[in-house]
Design a protein around this ligand. Structure first.
Ligand code: PLP
Length: 372
């Protein structure tokens, strides 16, 4: 099997797996208990928090563990709306993940207004677009760091600056970016950032929300005093340790992996070009390494996915999170891919385990299906 759907999830790193084992077996104590048996897990959580903070330029006390990207996004958006009595506006983009979009719909139902930003054909939220919509009645601006379907990386620093000029908080869903491109929250002016471990070779079911000190947000889960009383629930020690190990490793190896992935992408596209396949490559030039979203003329992406699957190749059409919904994704619609190409959209997302041989095999299999 060739796996090239790393934007959907990644393989758990071996070192992360090994680092998790003690916390699942011998050292299973509840970190919040006052006795000595809780000391080691408590220390492991503190160390993991500090390690994660150091990877993104944050303070350890600004990292709040969650169950993943979805929960972090829900918390950032719900928490900043519900944390204030005044129903000010949330601004977000049309190409956000459903974890953001559906949460925005939920706060709209509660009477909190939401404004949606259009994007360019490259999938970019421009400074001008934000300037034209933001007012002093905006509470939160939430724009994803990198898009999960087409990989476009947003001008985060500029967007955060604009949000701050208008007295708004800036949140970014960095689920696709963290561990893949360098991120320094202080340098970029980010107030809140969502992350999910399984997108950077960590375990599933664990993530975090970075909340800059002093940011006004209501608790996500009420109960115990974990996570400074903002997110109750017994800590997932193994998940937290595995996430920190995987993030540190990916950050240390980031530039080598990125260089390799760019070569793999180029090789894949060269084969399509040599076979004269008519396609549009989606996304901006500045995109997540390994993301290849192509819209191929007069073909069904769904058919390509299944035919490649029969050849033992796992890729995705548009967004994997949408795989039950065969309609053209909201992202492909928002970037205005022409109708004769839109349905033929596939996303091949190479990860650090992939080789140039994988790219070669996938591209040749695709050409064979398309030219038959
Ligand atoms: N945000 C983005 C951009 C994503 O790609 C995903 C997952 O695909 C999520 C949020 C949700 O993350 P999780 O499924 O880990 O909760």
């Amino acid at each position: 099997m060739i796996y090239a759907d790393n934007a959907a999830t990644t393989k758990l790193d071996k070192d992360a797996f090994v680092a998790m084992i003690p916390w699942l077996q011998d050292e299973f104590g509840n970190a919040s208990q006052p006795y000595s048996f809780a000391r080691k897990p408590k220390k492991a959580i503190a160390e993991a928090r500090a390690l994660i903070a150091s990877c993104i330029g944050a303070e350890p006390g600004e990292i709040f563990f969650t169950s993943g990207g979805t929960e972090s996004d829900n918390w950032a958006i719900m928490g900043s709306a519900l944390g204030n009595l005044e129903k000010k506006t949330t601004v977000t983009s049309m190409i956000e993940h459903h974890a953001v979009l559906r949460t925005c719909e939920a706060i709209e139902r509660l009477g909190y207004p939401v404004a949606y930003l259009d994007v360019t054909q490259d999938g970019i939220v421009t400074a001008e677009a934000l300037e034209s919509i933001i007012t002093n009645r905006t509470r939160l601006v939430s724009v994803m760091y990198a898009n999960n379907e087409i990989g476009s990386i947003q001008p985060i620093k500029k967007l955060a600056e604009i949000a701050h000029v208008h007295g708004a908080i800036f949140h970014t869903d960095a689920v696709q970016a963290i561990g893949h491109v360098p991120i320094d929250v202080k340098e970029l002016g980010i107030d809140m950032l969502s992350a999910s471990a399984h997108k950077f070779n960590g375990p599933k079911g664990i993530g975090f929300l970075y909340i800059r000190k002093g940011t006004c947000i209501s608790p996500y889960a009420n109960g115990g005093a974990q996570e400074s009383g903002l997110r109750a629930g017994t800590e997932n020690v193994a998940g937290i340790v595995g996430m920190a190990t995987a993030l540190k490793k990916n950050c240390d190896e980031m530039s080598d992996i990125a260089d390799r992935l760019r070569k793999i992408e180029d090789h894949f596209l060269e084969i399509l070009d040599q076979a004269h396949i008519t396609y549009i490559r989606n996304g901006a030039d500045n995109r997540i390494p390994g993301n290849v979203s192509v819209s191929i003329k007069d073909v069904s992406g769904e058919m390509l996915l299944h035919r490649l699957d029969l050849k033992g190749i796992a890729i995705s059409t548009g967004s994997a999170c949408d795989s039950v919904d065969t309609q053209i994704s909201h992202v492909i619609q928002a970037i205005r891919v022409p109708a004769e190409y839109a349905e033929g959209t596939i996303r091949v997302s190479f990860g650090r385990e992939n080789t140039e041989t994988d790219a070669d095999t996938i591209a040749k299999a695709l050409v064979q299906i398309l030219t038959k």
